[in-house]
Design a binder for this molecule. Structure first.
Ligand code: FES
Length: 130
């Protein structure tokens, strides 16, 4: 158990460790992101958490950054250096972002599979790409 002091934390990275993402390399992604943060001595600036499924399994491995609200797709351990660098610059890995937060809702990036609207239930498995 740990209780981290977050008073200097500027970024929070949520790394999906649900079953679909785990099969696609979530453990390696998690370790690569954490190693990159440690190597750059950014532990007090960037906090990470493993999560269970985030409901976007098609996008495995899924990673989410806050407070910017970027949802990433198809992340691998090789993306860790660029991810950390982009956080520090206030930018993103454009071609890996599935959704951007516009202050009201999450907007799908080009090429993102939209998925099923929650009020449609599980009638359609995966809807068209944006
Ligand atoms: S297991 Fe990662 S989004 Fe479902």
């Amino acid at each position: 158990m740990a209780t981290w002091n977050l008073s200097t934390t500027k970024h929070h990275i949520l790394i999906c460790n649900g079953s679909s993402c785990k099969k696609a390399g979530a453990e390696e992604l998690t370790q690569s992101v954490r190693n990159e943060i440690m190597a750059k001595r950014l532990d007090s600036v960037i906090h990470t958490s493993r999560t269970l499924c985030n409901g976007r399994c098609h996008d495995k491995c899924v990673l989410i950054t806050y407070p910017d609200g970027h949802w990433y797709k198809e992340m691998t351990g090789r993306d860790a250096p660029q991810l950390v660098e982009s956080l520090l610059k206030g930018s993103s890995i454009e071609d890996k972002v599935s959704h951007y937060y516009n202050g009201e809702c999450f907007i799908p990036n080009e090429g993102t599979v939209l998925g099923v609207y929650k009020d449609e239930g599980m009638v359609k498995k995966v809807s068209k790409k944006f």
